[in-house]
Design a protein. Structure first.
Length: 427
C-alpha cells in the first residue's frame, strides 16, 4: 500500500482545496484572457476614427463627408473632401473638420463575427463556472480516493474478519491523520481481542485438563470405596464378617473419604485462586527481587538445605504484581524443599519484557511420567494422597494471569528445574 504522510484530515483537505482554487483561478484567467484576445482580434482596430469634413457654401448650403482614419498609422496628407462628381474649390465656402473616435466596433462586424463575439462573451462567464465545478468534483474525488478510501477499506476488511470471528490478521496502514490513528486503535483492539480469546481458550483448555485430572484422580478412591462396600456385603452375606475385618474396612473407607475431601477442598481453593486479580505496581529492579529472595530464605530455617539467589536483572523500574510472584516462588520452593538433598538455587532473568524465575534443586528430579503430564493439574507422584500437586497448579494459574506460564524439566546430572515466566513492563 502506498505510504501517504499526512498530519491531519483538516490540513489535507485545506491543502487540496487551496491547490484546486489556484488551478481553477489559473485556468479561468487563461480562458478570460483568451476570449478577450479573440474579441480584440475580430473587432476593428480601436485606433480608427471617423474624420468628418463640414463645408458651408456661400449660399448657406452645408455639406458633410466622412472617412475612416487610423491614428497610430504613419502621417498621410489628405485634401478636401468633396461630393462625388464635384471638384474641390476653395471659393465654395468655409470648411471645418471633426475627429470622432469609434467607441464600439461591434456594429461593424459581419453576422458570423457577431456570433463568434457573442460566444466569446458567454465563454468568459461560463468557462470559469465550469472550471470551478470540475475542480470541486476532481478535488472531492482525489481526496476520497487518496485520503479516505484506503483507511476505510482497511477498516471494512478488518470488520469483516471480526464478524467472521477471525482475529488472525493485522491492520497495516501508515498514516498520521485521524484515520491513521483510528486504524492504529483498531489494531490495538484486535490484538486485545486476540489475546483475550487466546487466554479464554487457554482457560478452557485448563478447565478441561482440570476436569480430566479430577476425574482420573477420583477414580481410584471411588473404586476403593466401591470395593470395600462389595467386600463388606459379601462377608456379611457369607457370615464371615468379623469385627476385625469390619474395623479394617471402615478405617480404609475413612482414609479414602478423607482423601476425596482433600480433592474437594483443593478444587475450591483453585477456584478461588482463579478469581484472583492482578495488582500491578512499579518497583525497582533488582533491589525488589533481592528483598523477595531474602524473605523466601525464611523457608529454609530448621533445614540443612542451602539457598542461593542469582540476579541477572539490569537496574531499572518495572511494573508487576510482587505479591503474585511471591506466591508462585513460595509454592515452587516449598515443593523443591520436599525433594532437595543439599541446596536449592533461585535465578532471575529479564529479557524482552519477560521476567523468568528458575528454581532448581539437587533432588531426584521429575519422572518421565510426570514430564509427559506436566500440563495436567493435580498430578503428583505422592501415593499417600497427602500432596495433590496443588502447588504447581496454583503457580501455573497465577503465572497465566500475569501473562506467563510454567515449564518443568530436569537438569543434569540430577535435579528438578521449574521455570516461572511473567510479563512485566519496563520503564
Amino acid at each position: 500500500m502506498e505510504k501517504i504522510k499526512r498530519q491531519s484530515l483538516k490540513r489535507s483537505f485545506m491543502k487540496a482545496v487551496a491547490v484546486t482554487m489556484l488551478i481553477v483561478f489559473f485556468c479561468s484567467a487563461l480562458a478570460i484572457f483568451g476570449c478577450y484576445r479573440f474579441q480584440k482580434h475580430i473587432l476593428p482596430d480601436s485606433n480608427e476614427v471617423w474624420l468628418t469634413q463640414q463645408t458651408t457654401a456661400p449660399d448657406g448650403t452645408v455639406t458633410e463627408a466622412k472617412m475612416r482614419y487610423i491614428l497610430d498609422g504613419s502621417p498621410e496628407p489628405f485634401g478636401q473632401l468633396v461630393r462625388d462628381g464635384q471638384e474641390p474649390n476653395e471659393s465654395q465656402g468655409q470648411t471645418s473638420y471633426m475627429i470622432e473616435r469609434i467607441e464600439s466596433s461591434y456594429s461593424m462586424l459581419s453576422s458570423k463575427a457577431k456570433m463568434a463575439y457573442r460566444v466569446s462573451q458567454i465563454c468568459m462567464v461560463l468557462l470559469p463556472f465550469l472550471f470551478a465545478v470540475i475542480g470541486i468534483t476532481l478535488c472531492a474525488w482525489w481526496f476520497y480516493r487518496r485520503i479516505l478510501e484506503p483507511p476505510i477499506t482497511v477498516l471494512m476488511d478488518a470488520t469483516t474478519h471480526i464478524q467472521d470471528q477471525d482475529l488472525n490478521f493485522q491492520i497495516n496502514f501508515d498514516g498520521r491523520d485521524e484515520l491513521g490513528q483510528l486504524c492504529t486503535a483498531f489494531e490495538k483492539m484486535r490484538q486485545t481481542l486476540y489475546e483475550n480469546n487466546r487466554q479464554l481458550w487457554s482457560m478452557l483448555e485448563e478447565r478441561r485438563a482440570l476436569q480430566a485430572s479430577v476425574a482420573h484422580d477420583l477414580r481410584n478412591p471411588i473404586a476403593i470405596m466401591t470395593g470395600y462396600v462389595e467386600y463388606l456385603q459379601e462377608n456379611r452375606q457369607g457370615g464371615t464378617l468379623t469385627d476385625e475385618k469390619l474395623e479394617r474396612a471402615l478405617t480404609n473407607l475413612g482414609i479414602t473419604a478423607e482423601r476425596m475431601g482433600r480433592y474437594t477442598d483443593t478444587m475450591r481453593d483453585l477456584g478461588a485462586i482463579e478469581e484472583t486479580c492482578v495488582h500491578l505496581r512499579e518497583v525497582e529492579l533488582p533491589d525488589f527481587l533481592q528483598h523477595m529472595s531474602d524473605s523466601l530464605s525464611i523457608l529454609f530455617q530448621n533445614t540443612e538445605v542451602l539457598f542461593s539467589c542469582d540476579l541477572r536483572v539490569p537496574k531499572g523500574r518495572a511494573v508487576l504484581d510482587g505479591e503474585l510472584l511471591y506466591r508462585v516462588l513460595e509454592n515452587l520452593i516449598s515443593n523443591a524443599l520436599r525433594f532437595a538433598e543439599r541446596e536449592i538455587e533461585l535465578a532471575f532473568c529479564l529479557e524482552h519484557g519477560i521476567l523468568s524465575a528458575t528454581v532448581t534443586d539437587d533432588g531426584p528430579g521429575f519422572s518421565d511420567k510426570l514430564l509427559q503430564k506436566k500440563t495436567a493439574l493435580f498430578y503428583s507422584e505422592d501415593t499417600s494422597g497427602q500432596h495433590l500437586g496443588l502447588g504447581l497448579a496454583v503457580s501455573r494459574v497465577l503465572c497465566q494471569k500475569h501473562g506467563g506460564t510454567i515449564e518443568l524439566s530436569n537438569q543434569p546430572p540430577h535435579g528438578a528445574c521449574v521455570k516461572a515466566f511473567i510479563a512485566v513492563k519496563q520503564e
